[in-house]
Design a protein around this ligand. Sequence first.
Ligand code: PEP
Ligand code: MG
Length: 576
Amino acid sequence: MMQIKGLAGAAGCVAGHAAVFRPSELCLERRAVSDSQAEIDAMEAARARYNETLRRLAGEARAAQGEEGAGIFEAYQVIAEDDYLFDQVKELIRAESVCASWAIEQKRAETEAMFLGVDDPYLQARAADINNVCKEITGELQGVDTGDPFAGLRGEDLIVFAEDLTPADTVRMDRARLKGMVTEKGGVTSHTVILAKALGIPAIVGVGPILDQVVSGQEVLVDGRLGNVVVCPDEEAKAAFRIREEEDGRRRLLFDACKASPARTKDGISVRVNINSGDTESINTFDAGACDGIGLFRTEFLYMGQNGYPSEDFQFNAYRSMAEKNQGRELIIRTLDIGGDKQLDYMDLPQESNPFLGYRAIRLCLDREEVFLTQLRAILRASAFGEVKIMFPMIVNLEELLRAKELLAKAMEELDRRGEAYHKNIPVGIMVETPAAVLLSDVLARHVDFFSIGSNDLIQYTTASDRMNEKVQYLYDSCNLSVLRSIKLVCDNARAQGVDVGICGETASEPRLIPLWCAMGVNELSVAPALVGRTKYIINQISEADMAQEMEAILSQGSIPSAREQLDKILQELGL
Ligand code: PEP
Ligand code: MG
């Protein structure tokens, strides 16, 4: 028996069999070629074969799982067919008479560097998608199999063990057989964890080097809540696991039962539980009946995979279709949050030494008015088809907010001239995700209908610790009292002005913090789709009045471990 401890990524208990996954090695060395054109032809042939495979896989996935399954293959097709990237590769092959594998790798690495430090999960996924497509075309070129990691393995209950997993790896795994994930690398916000949460399976990450000690087919027990893995368990370990498994199964049933009903604390305070959305897959799988609405619709994906800015009509169609799918529930559309570290070639953005503090989000939109006005008109037009609200990211002063609202008025005038329908009193809000916005929240609240706290960024800016830098993850802490006090201040200032306040960062669904959010008077939490039930269940268990007293004690101290201990104790008392 071998016990492995890792980071608790996605909760859940599962017993199954190990599937050790080692991706095939590609040769990426620089090799001189005498016939550049022959090299380009070989690459184009590999690209065409790869595209054909993607088309076939998309068709098969659509037949088996509907649009959800097909989405990722189609997204890959868009990248594989993107001439912009591959024209650059061809230029490099010609200019330096080098092999295609090396040239692809150079352009892939450049693209990845552009996305480095991306603070947005689906944009990261986008960069990872480009990496995967490049890797797979190179594999095709070299005749290396990058296919199904489960090929040759038997069993319907596979727990994949990998150094790390890409979406491409996971998409090739037979999802019906994939029951859990264990990775050597990665943190609790890694792609593996995001995907596992979406699939509703447990994931344990950051376990360190173990692949040489595990053999495919071995019996495995995974407890995602505790971050424990047992390989070749003895009878005692199996018995203990069965108890945890039963508890877990009971919990799941309780959570699922809460999804479709409104969440209300024991003393009758309602909290809306919305979902975060903004990639093709989450849109295709969106189930309006299993949440109260969409609390954060990230629009960046519409700008990715394009050769130029998306048109007003293209955006309008996407927003409208989401508004219609949402069936009268709120849909908070965030205006473009790109720039700085999240660059797109056609935007021609400057290189920055400190991109998180640079030219991004509302700063870029206020500077490129036409880009912003196009998006505003598209959102406004969609507001005629549902409960659309509009939200500006990264606000740091009142002037930015007022200017954004001026441009919104200008977009309305343009639509009036065209005779287009839209909601004239569309609710306008901002993301509170900078310490500046926190400290100005009393002033800002007078000019908005709602706040949504972007805790992902707020934690990084408040604690001055990069949310993507593993070295400082120990400081990037949602329980830092400075963060909790900031959120409390925003809630107090919002309430004083009668402004609705939500949280849309990952902490919105952190179990130990949900009671605290209720005590602070948060009206809305926006979470990953798979976490709606659990979030609602916790809200239903607590009394806001009781929590308000506990909150005073928690916020008045300075020690993070003791605050966490107190919060965990409250959860335990609720049986969680
Ligand atoms: C946030 O900062 O908390 C947020 C939700 O926005 P993003 O993760 O897209 O920066
Ligand atoms: Mg943010």
